[in-house]
Ligand binder design. Structure first.
Ligand SMILES: O=C(O)c1cccc(C(=O)CC[C@H]2O[C@@H](n3cnc4c(=O)[nH]cnc43)[C@H](O)[C@@H]2O)c1
Length: 221
């Protein structure tokens, strides 16, 4: 059984940038699933581009009479130190919009407390169960979505305190999940850098892209 075979019909895997899409596509091609049942597409960096791009692809497919049956937000991510190391693969039990809310003298208020909906979107249980079985070494936990890459120790500590089950942060998951509200959704990431004080030289892109290819091959094999 493959992720594409789990859900009859086509599987959509969206990434932020072309390099991530190429890494995922290489894994799909190496897996035993029919590559025609999996569509990999880069839709842009950040939650807004991710939501708009995913919604467009879902709508076009539905209008053409070939709707996608599931959507995976995939790509590289920052890992919380001690929770997900560089090179690790992570699966999101929940995708959380960690900066969607308001600041106050009492701290950050998520949109739940403002009465505007939810900042927490759960992965589809069946899709998550399948991916967990296909990727037995993956770290499972919450994945935060932020429009701004965390770059200080103070923000890292605040996010860790507010989200004790968070293992990673990226910039698109919540946007993809919002667009895929009526379709099974999951988030799959590989860790390129530790979350913390900004050190671009410490990003291990090659390692993360290679882990992404391996994860895609396992999910589609
Ligand atoms: O060099 C930079 O400062 C920089 C800023 C924003 C994006 C990038 C990318 O390389 C975009 C790729 C993609 O990577 C995800 N990502 C990776 N690490 C993190 C992180 O620590 N925090 C948040 N997102 C991260 C993200 O989903 C980007 O779309 C480079």
């Amino acid at each position: 059984m493959t992720a594409a075979g789990l859900v009859p019909g086509r599987l959509l895997i969206v990434t932020a940038v072309a390099a991530e899409a190429e890494a995922v596509q290489a894994g799909v091609n190496a897996g035993s699933a029919d590559p025609a049942t999996v569509h990999v597409a880069p839709v842009g960096v950040g939650p807004a581009a991710a939501a708009a791009g995913t919604a467009r692809l879902l709508t076009l497919a539905e209008a053409a009479g070939v709707p996608y049956r599931a959507v995976i937000s995939a790509g590289i991510a920052g890992g919380f130190p001690g929770r997900a190391d560089v090179g690790a693969t992570v699966l999101g039990a929940r995708t959380i919009a960690a900066d969607l809310g308001a600041e106050s003298d009492d701290g950050f208020l998520p949109i739940e407390e403002l009465g505007f909906g939810t900042s927490i979107l759960e992965a589809d249980p069946t899709l998550l169960e399948f991916l967990t079985a296909a990727l037995p070494h993956a770290v499972i936990g919450d994945i935060l979505t932020l429009a701004t890459v965390t770059g200080t120790a103070a923000t890292t500590a605040a996010l860790q305190a507010r989200h004790p089950a968070a293992v990673a942060e990226a910039m698109e998951g919540y946007g993809v999940a919002s667009a895929a509200a009526s379709v099974p959704f999951a988030e799959l990431r590989t860790i390129s850098n530790p979350i913390g004080p900004r050190d671009r030289a410490a990003w291990r892109l090659r390692e993360a892209f290679s882990a992404l290819t391996e994860a895609a091959a396992a999910a589609c094999g």
